[in-house]
Design a protein around this ligand. Sequence first.
Ligand code: UT7
Length: 323
Amino acid sequence: MGRRSVLIGTGSGLPARVVSNAELAQQVDTTDEWIVERTGIRQRYIAGEGETTATLAIIAARNAVAAAGIEPSSIDLIILATATPDQTFPASATIVQEALGACGGIAFDVAAVCSGFLYALGVADSMLRTGMARRALVIGAETFSRILDWEDRTTCVLFGDGAGAIVLEARDSDAPDAPGVLATRLHADGTHNQLLFVDGGPSTTGTVGKVRMKGKEVFRHAVTNLADVLREVLEETGITADQLDWVVPHQANKRILDGTAKKLGLAPEKVVITVDQHANTSAASVPLALDVAVRDGRIKPGQLVMLEAMGGGFTWGASLIRV
Ligand code: UT7
């Protein structure tokens, strides 16, 4: 009997404060027109006092657990993807674990920046299928606003804060069309680790550092890498692009989403887009977009949903789920 990781709940958590492009244009030399035209972003949520990666993750986690209709104490694996943990250590996943009252199981953070949620999902799926855990909470949560250089217009307009979470449950099944994670493919190429990075850290400067990015080069690699990994997952599962019901991509730039969809011949109306509302929330963006499309009724049980992301490292990956 095969075992699959089945998606049984989604949730999200956003800061209270919304910052429009127009508001940003009062602080840095930019315009609403430039941001909308080059990125598709119209607004982003920015964490205020008392709002942190862990507090947003806890809200997302509680919403996902409620949607799944399970007792939080039944969760025996928590993986939190983030590049902006509350503290260098302990893992922010342990803060979520305590808040949920799910202590005793496994809890750790994963660092793969914007691809973090895909990496966390891949690890959780492997652990559920090998029997190391039965119920997993997989979270992407970030407060990038805290590591942005608010004087660098080439980066500070692009990012936002937020958290998204899913609950996965291990279920035995041999039926080919049974729900569950069908395949996940992950990659990294460290030769590009200086195209998108933070110029600080505990072991180098002893400071947190700020985000630095060569946007144009990241953009170019993103479209190629994402199209390649999507093809890989489709080949592995024997599913064709036109059989997909939805694609939930990392929300970095609408032009990347359009470019990737075009390369694969995907219908643009099948691509879930939230970059206009959330901007780039790094590891949180895929589960946030997934939660939006589940809650507004677009994503329905039985459908085929492809998740994909690319980010610093470079890291990238894709995962196909039958919901
Ligand atoms: O999440 C992980 C991955 N991250 C990404 O995927 C981001 C990938 N990259 C991108 O999304 C795009 O490259 C950006 C949105 C970052 C930039 O768009 P672009 O079309 O590549 O613009 P550019 O960097 O070539 O800049 C064009 C012009 C420049 O002026 P000059 O040199 O042509 O005079 C910039 O100085 O736009 C200028 N510019 C701005 N102008 C107004 C850059 N940032 C801004 C700004 N407002 N915020």
